[in-house]
Design a protein around this ligand. Structure first.
Ligand code: ZN
Length: 499
């Protein structure tokens, strides 16, 4: 395929095979809904981004020990009426996916190269939200990452690289996504965007109500279209929300955003689809940061409860809860002596994310500085050896690089090892993993998500539940590489550490 296909031409040719180089991958034929499967009116798709299975396990154990109740994920998993599945997470060019290719698998039914959003080399795919929007469904994206981050954008936009977030901000409006909520002010503000086009103004002209604070969101009633951008960059971590009044006064939590979105989207006559993403569990895992990822997971699970409670009352809503890939595989290790007095309870003393401590971490001058900071922010008494280890890590590059091992290369990983000496929490790396992941589903159509699932079949399954026949073009890896070569596209950006 030499020429780039426009969205219009793709829609006109929807479902057809575009050119001779495109063949179906084995096992990706369009999915037929079993005749007896119940059809949902609404679909809520909940993603804890980068959630290795140790994360909900520890969330459950923490809730049991600390509050005498189950974690929400594990409580849902124990229910007889919740269907359990396991999903692979690979992209077209790697068994270790990034979030863009992972979301594209769900959002287009096609495997793509890491870093791409609903595009194969030279071909723009039709995202799920375009297809469901044409069927009259209302569409929402809620995330704690930037609203235009890889996971939400894989459902509702098409760009060659996930880094094109200002373009994604424009596409959401052009494609008519009704509810967009998260961070990423820089991708909407005319004062910051490179093209100086103020997307807030254009959204308002297109009939969206716009909010930039929690108070503005709460004061919004009866919106049919809504843009809520609450922070520059990612939304703050929950641990910082919990310990900083300026943040908690200004931004809504994931569960608050989800409640707001469901209340409004559920007014539509033809149903709605809503993606709810805990986008920063992934970021906490990359940083090997226990407090950031655990508090964000607990908040994500609250949002899952909002979705499940709505679905239970409503009776016409399918809720799918999963992750796009594992990350860093955190877990409690035997370093905690297998006892009840393990490191989970140390979460209570952790009052700041690494982000919130960043300036202080970079200004460390002595082991005493490290000891003081760890005691103040994490309630941990570092030994002099531990303090010197951290001081060294922030002073020069990781010793791991000398081994040729890119894992644990950042100072935050070194800090995590010192914290691990206290709480017994270990990480296998600071990056994504190839693990299969858990899928929980509840409500009409949930039986389609039982047992082993290929990630790209989620798209076909969702469409089959709405009786829509549509499939996007697909390529094998070899075809994608050849097509990219012809177009002189860079498809494998080894120098980029995708999140
Ligand atoms: Zn990531």
């Amino acid at each position: 395929m030499a020429q780039k296909l426009s969205r219009r031409s793709l829609l006109a040719g929807a479902g057809t095979v575009l050119g001779s180089t495109i063949v179906s991958l084995p096992g990706v034929a369009s999915f037929e809904r079993p005749a007896n499967a119940k059809k949902p009116k609404n679909i809520i798709f909940c993603v804890s981004d980068g959630m290795s299975i140790g994360v909900p396990s520890m969330a459950d154990q923490f809730m049991e020990m600390s509050h005498g109740q189950s974690g929400i994920w594990l409580e849902a998993a124990r229910r007889q009426d919740v269907v359990k599945g396991r999903m692979d997470t690979r992209s077209l060019n790697s068994i270790v996916t990034d979030s863009a290719a992972a979301a594209t698998a769900w959002g287009s039914g096609s495997l793509v190269m890491n870093g791409a959003i609903c595009t194969l080399p030279g071909i723009e795919l039709t995202p799920l939200y375009d297809v469901l929007g044409r069927a009259g469904m209302m569409r929402g994206l809620v995330t704690t990452a930037t609203a235009t981050h890889a996971t939400p954008s894989g459902f509702a936009s098409a760009v060659t690289s996930r880094s094109a977030q200002p373009e994604i901000a424009k596409q959401y409006r052009e494609r008519g996504v009704e509810f967009v909520m998260g961070g990423g002010h820089e991708n909407f503000s005319g004062a910051i965007r490179a093209d100086k086009v103020d997307q807030y103004e254009l959204y308002e002209k297109a009939g969206y109500k716009v909010a930039k604070t929690k108070a503005e969101m709460k004061a919004t009633a009866g919106a049919k279209k809504f843009l809520g951008i609450f922070n520059t960059g990612q939304m703050p971590y929950t641990v910082d929300y919990n310990n900083n009044k300026e943040i908690s006064d200004r931004v809504p939590t994931l569960s608050e955003m989800s409640t707001f979105a469901i209340e409004h989207l559920s007014k539509g006559a033809k149903g709605f689809v809503l993606q709810i993403e805990g986008g920063r569990i992934d970021h906490g895992a990359h940083a090997n940061e226990f407090a950031a990822l655990m508090f964000d997971q607990l908040e994500f699970e609250k949002a899952v409860k909002v979705a499940l409670d709505f679905a239970e009352k409503d009776g016409e809503t399918l809720v799918i809860v999963t992750t796009d890939h594992g990350n860093a595989n955190p877990g409690i290790t035997s370093n905690s002596d297998y006892g009840d007095d393990n490191g989970l309870m140390m979460l209570h003393g952790m009052k700041a994310s690494y982000d919130a401590m960043d300036a202080q971490l970079k200004a460390l001058k002595s082991a005493k500085d490290v000891q003081d900071l760890m005691l103040e922010k994490l309630s941990l008494k570092f030994t002099i050896n531990q303090a010197e280890w951290v001081l060294n890590a922030y002073g020069k590059s990781s010793h791991m690089l000398e081994l040729g091992n890119g894992n644990y290369a950042s100072p935050t990983s070194m800090l995590a090892m010192a914290i691990g000496a206290h709480n017994g929490i270990g990480f296998t790396s600071d990056g994504h993993t190839s693990d299969w992941v858990e899928v929980l589903s509840f409500g009409p159509g949930s039986e389609l998500f039982a047992g082993p699932i290929r990630n790209h079949t989620v798209f076909d399954k969702m469409l089959s539940l709405k009786d829509i026949k549509f499939s996007n073009p697909k390529m094998t890896l070899e075809e994608a590489k050849k097509a990219a070569e012809k177009l002189a596209l860079v498809t494998e950006q080894d120098d980029v550490h995708w999140l």
